[in-house]
Design a protein around this ligand. Sequence first.
Ligand code: GDP
Ligand code: MG
Length: 598
Amino acid sequence: MDQSHIRNFSIIAHIDHGKSTLADRILELTDTVEKREMKAQILDSMDLEQERGITIKLNAVQLTYTALNGEEYLFHLIDTPGHVDFSYEVSRSLAACEGAVLVVDAAQGVEAQTLANVYLALDNDLEIVPVINKIDLPSAQPDVVKKEIEDIIGLDCSNAPMISAKSGLNVRDVLEAIVAMVPPPKGDVHAPLQALVFDSLYDPYRGVIAFVSIKQGSVAVGDRIRFMASHAEYEVLEVGIRNPKEVKKDVLRCGEVGWITAAIKDISDVHVGDTITNAASPADQALPGYRRMNPMVYCGLYPIDNAKYNDLRDALEKLKLNDASLQFEPETSQALGFGFRCGFLGLLHMDVIQERIEREYNINLIATSPSVIYHVYLTDGTMIQVDNPAFLPEPQKTDHIEEPYVRAQIMVPNDFVGAVMELCQKKRGIYQDMQVIDDNRMNILYEMPLGEIIFDFFDRLKSCTKGYASLDYELSEYKESNLVKMDILLNGEIVDALSIIVHRDFAYHRGNQMTQKLKDLIPKHQFEIPVQAAIGGKIIARTNIKSLRKNVLAKCYGGDISRKKKLLEKQKEGKKRMKSVGSVEIPQEAFMAVLSMD
Ligand code: GDP
Ligand code: MG
């Protein structure tokens, strides 16, 4: 197909505004997917995505569209995730496109992540096509929302398609707007190959599958290619596209988005953001790489079964392959044994990785409570970075500690401004500014410790605003705080994996809550277990878990053996998620107890 008839675009939106639904309609309307094969949210292929209704991994699909002018166009649609944790993935997929369809819910209007995504699109010089969705809803106010987009973002919305992605109403207008507004890819098909690697995955039979956007030149089966960052060279075995099924081709040309395999077994040769060129006639320069995203939240992951340590390493390596923002290194805990300290973009990212390891790799895990990176200035003048509370140096050796702050912007209806400010204040937020968005909504700006945001801030924000608030944040700077390490002792012994870093002013309160919480979460044993919280050896809170008296089998009145078996079976099941630490069995939830405290 003539390059001038190619359109590469992403769909961006605040979560739940209808990206995935619109993508489904576009696939139907272009007959890319037969009606009978159509299932809702077909691009969200990972089980986890379908279950949670979120999009985690980006996905690229080729489709053909016959426009109203009678001409045929080749579209590459790249779906992007909508959650704040995954903005790295959004920026990766955007770099493969020339345009972005901005979906805004006609009942909700512009939200914090609408803005965040628009900024990412503008960073990548993309043409933005605004689309008003869900106009079928009784509460839809398309004209108000149009004006909002014009006022807040500065995009002309006079011709913006007004659609219902659910019913399919006016979806064709979106395709026409893409043809009219998104520029075709620029590069020269005769120039040396430059293919941007924007995603990759590992197939046990074919090796690494690299997803590429061909920015210049072409690549064919049999070509010798070179990865410009890693210098690795391979012979291309297969190239192809997805529609969304995999379709093999002989060649991928400038402007196309597809995949390449080359029997690449060494996954470290392929970096997302790298440029592939032709080894025989290489390009002078690599394409500009991606903005690297650094993890903001760390936790320890430990296999419940110690024998699965190597399997866990394997799983993390495979997951890292198409998730460059995931980091990990070996770590040992006195309580939990051998595991890995892992870095994530945020709590949802952490949750998703954990769940994928358990489901796709069949490894049961204990995850320790999340931590940010602290900058600890020692009395000898040096600074060390600490991402694990257990390794915080002694107070005598510490001069002062700094913690990361974020700039948070919270969009909220006027009625909830008071509640939001109270919450932010409680989470040690520093008020910055407040902007009027329109008659009904405000944008509240706070600087807040990241360490407070990762602990259930988002849930609390949602509940104190009946779900109406939206949040976006970015790292601002490190600031000094009066922080201390709080240890937890079970049966008189410190359990290193339960240590947390807290602000001194909240230490007693947290200590009390934490010991109470653990008392509820840890099952009774044959003996009484003291639960204590301590700072620098001084006990600040304590409670006891009473000893077990009842025998579970007593309920069965001796008789029914199969019922007895079932009960024992059930008990065993319940134990799977337990880790023995010393003589105490601790359930997974205990390590997360800190997440649900005031
Ligand atoms: P995403 O998070 O942006 O991918 O949003 P989804 O496509 O998953 O949609 C979120 C929810 O909004 C789903 O329950 C959809 O069925 C619903 N939805 C999407 N488009 C429309 C629409 O045009 N009208 C109505 N009433 N609901 C819609
Ligand atoms: Mg979605």
